[in-house]
Ligand binder design. Structure first.
Ligand code: DGL
Length: 258
């Protein structure tokens, strides 16, 4: 037994799509989530800046006495590739497990959707090619998806238009597997599926569940706490966070200073 929480972070609220899945799949675990809303988005920032922000957040999580840390942000994961620990605490990122999960679908081509930072890094393409040199990888930056999700502008004709603009090639080429390479994108999964039809969507939450199980860390005690901390608070984010986490009930969001 180890009732210490699991730490999770993202640039904003998108990582709550991961927290929600982990909270459901690990009902005895406590979690501390940090959304760096004050500095969102990360997807258009340089690797150096993302690393600086990421290290500050991982230190914050370490101070919360977490037993493992999950980078629920693909843009940040690209700068921690291959790093299994942060200052002695197990560290998970989404890229390598996401690439493996996509390959398990067995299609000849995989599309990777991500922020500009994730696509520019080619982290998914290189990881997939290392594991399977024959697989074709098509990378598509979708920078408008994050602001749509953070603003709660989803499931309408605006999202349909943006999805069509970014995913026309995926549809025309009948690509069978699509990695949602940004933790904001699962919010758009139904809209993406509506446009693409029958497709395998790989989402970070499920991928990280498997990865966390494989760590075999001692499990929690049963009475758990889920804390959501953010670096800036507005009514809008509070409302959106509660909507994203429903039916899981959240206490008030905690404003923290890094
Ligand atoms: N949710 C983050 C990701 O998975 C990125 C959002 C952002 O651009 O800050 O990449």
């Amino acid at each position: 037994m180890n009732s210490r929480p699991i730490g999770i972070f993202d640039s904003g609220l998108g990582g709550l799509t991961v927290l929600k899945v982990l909270a459901k799949n690990f009902p005895n675990e406590s979690f501390v989530y940090l959304g760096d809303i004050a500095r969102l988005p990360y997807g258009n920032k340089s690797p150096e800046t993302i690393r600086k922000y990421g290290d500050q957040i991982l230190r914050f999580l370490k101070d919360q006495d977490v037993k493992a840390m999950v980078i629920a942000c693909n843009s940040a994961s690209t700068v921690y590739l291959g790093e299994k620990f942060f200052e002695g605490i197990p560290l998970l990122n989404v890229i390598e497990p996401g690439a493996r999960a996509a390959l398990e679908k067995g299609t000849s081509t995989i599309a990777v959707l991500g922020t500009s930072a994730t696509i520019r890094s080619h982290a998914y393409e290189q990881t997939i090619k290392t594991l399977s040199s024959k697989t074709t990888v098509v990378e598509i930056a979708c920078p408008l998806f994050v602001p749509l999700v953070e603003e709660g502008v989803v499931h309408n004709e605006i999202t349909d238009l943006v999805i069509k603009r970014y995913l026309e090639k995926v549809k025309a080429d009948k690509i069978g597997t699509v990695i949602l390479g940004c933790t904001h994108y699962p919010v758009l999964a139904d809209d993406i599926r509506k446009f693409l039809g029958n497709v395998n969507l790989v989402e970070s939450g499920e991928v990280l569940t498997r990865e966390l199980k494989s760590l075999n860390i001692p499990s929690g005690s049963g009475t758990r706490q889920i804390r959501v901390c953010i670096t800036d608070v507005t009514d809008h984010f509070e409302r959106l966070a509660k909507e994203l986490m429903a039916p899981e009930r959240l206490g008030p969001l905690e404003k923290i200073v890094l």
